[in-house]
Design a protein around this ligand. Structure first.
Ligand SMILES: [Zn+2]
Length: 454
């Protein structure tokens, strides 16, 4: 492995060449390397004063030499696919790297038309903190024309630093908190199955009335838990307060978790091998998705969406709709609840159609009454044509590092920082071999050894 990929230090040295090769093979990609400010190799300072000036001013240059700090990669095939066929919804997360140089991998993962993950960008950074998130999000904003975040939604695990970065750089964007993560914090104080179910009922409530009922249920059981939840702004964690532009009702940061799981083996490798394993995985993935599509290519919508539509069609049997004229309907369910539906504006009182763009059972009962096709009222983001666009891009194959253009420049590995996290478990030292102790001239054995001897 060492002969094939080089030592961990050599892998850092090859990063400038890797960047050049990636950009050459994958047009429209963004590959940026950030180096430690002010630290340059002796070789370099002697050779070039001008570049030293640029390095000190923290400018990222092609051909700059220094100590590795961060690397951001957004491949052209994924950038293109995301812009054409995905919603304006991005999950952000970071995970630890397990090689000797540690560090963390930040990732941005979108959602395709079949509600599956669509990785768009990743970066190796020294640690997950305010400065590194700011650096990562700045490139993301630039690559995907996010601006101030108007019409965009982000979901994360409330990481330190990221909260401030989203507030500061994307003030117009919606920032959702992963409810599983929220519950993990919540259960530290208020545990138990009953409170957990009630918290999830609050998060899943798609309209404000249902949310208020769910919150009252919590208050009746435990006022402290209710107070804890009211302190987390509602627009971060409950569907009833979400914006509807992103056409997504997701409460969990599952996309990032899936991506991190897929690259688990890569995270144990040296930096270059890891980046190559991730690129190869993404390259394979695009083609696997295209292969899978062959079996349902002639259908109008993606498989998962068909299942949801079929489920809602069955449920619509228990709804009765009354036509009020133009596009207006009143739908009564068998439990006696009533919902106002407007077909033109694509809204239903339950808010589920507004949130995700798939007609709920109330809307389907109106469509059936009028003899309209349900498929005409499903959001375009879920169409097979749109899905095809998302996976139309390609990540181009690369030659081995022996065929890369050599810059001859030096990149030193970073100094290893101790990562914040869970302290290591203290293990009992292993039982010593027959250790003999000589105390005051008397030959004695340690207590354990004495027992063994006996
Ligand atoms: Zn509805």
């Amino acid at each position: 492995m060492r002969i094939m990929n080089g030592t961990l230090e050599e892998q850092f040295q090859k990063l400038w060449d890797y960047r050049t090769e990636l950009l050459k093979r994958n047009p429209n990609s963004t590959v940026e390397i950030d180096i430690e400010p002010g630290i340059v190799s002796n070789y370099f300072t002697l050779k070039c004063f001008m570049c030293t000036f640029f390095l000190n001013s923290r400018s990222v240059l092609v051909g700059a030499v220094g100590v590795f700090r961060r690397m951001y990669i957004c491949l052209g095939g994924l950038k293109h696919g995301f812009k054409l066929g995905c919603r304006k919804f991005i999950g952000l997360d970071g995970c630890h790297l397990k090689s000797a140089y540690k560090g963390q991998l930040l990732c941005a993962v979108g959602l395709d038309g079949n509600n599956c993950m669509f990785p768009i960008a990743y970066a190796v950074v020294e640690a997950e903190k305010l400065d590194s998130w700011r650096w990562f999000v700045a490139y993301l904003v630039q690559d995907f024309d996010i601006g101030l975040g108007d019409g965009w939604s982000f979901i994360s695990d409330r990481q330190k630093g990221l909260l401030n970065v989203v507030q500061e750089m994307l003030p117009m964007a919606e920032h959702r908190y992963c409810v599983r993560h929220l519950h993990n914090n919540f259960k530290g104080k208020y545990g138990g199955r009953s409170l957990k179910d009630k918290l999830w009922a609050c998060a899943r409530a798609s309209n404000i009335e249902a949310f208020q009922v769910a919150m009252t249920n919590i208050k009746e059981e435990n006022e402290g838990a209710w107070k804890w939840l009211t302190e987390v702004p509602f627009h971060h964690w409950t569907r009833s307060h979400f914006k509807t532009e992103s056409r997504c009702d997701l409460l969990l940061n599952n996309m990032c978790e899936s991506f991190n799981r897929c690259i688990l083996g890569a995270r144990e490798q040296g930096v270059l091998l890891m980046l190559e394993m991730i690129r190869e995985y993404l390259m394979r993935r695009l083609q696997t998705k295209r292969d899978e599509m062959v079996s349902w290519e002639d259908k109008k919508f993606t498989p998962k969406i068909y299942k949801i539509i079929e489920k809602n069609k069955k449920l619509s049997g228990s709804c009765y709709s009354t036509y009020a004229g133009y596009d207006e309907f009143e739908v009564t369910t068998f439990t006696g609840s009533k919902y106002a539906v407007h077909l033109g504006n694509r809204t239903c009182g339950c808010m589920r159609w507004d949130l995700c763009g798939i007609p709920c059972q109330h809307v389907i009962s109106c469509l059936n009454r009028m003899g309209y096709s349900v498929e005409d009222y499903v959001d375009k983001v879920y169409t097979t044509a749109n899905y095809k666009k998302a996976y139309s891009g390609i990540i181009y194959p690369m030659n081995g590092h022996n065929l890369w253009e050599k810059s001859g420049l030096v990149m030193k590995p970073p100094t290893v920082e101790r990562q914040p996290g869970r302290p290591k478990k203290r293990r009992r030292p292993e039982m010593p071999d027959l250790v003999e102790k000589e105390i005051e001239g008397v030959k004695t054995l340690s207590k354990k050894t004495q027992l063994t001897v006996r």
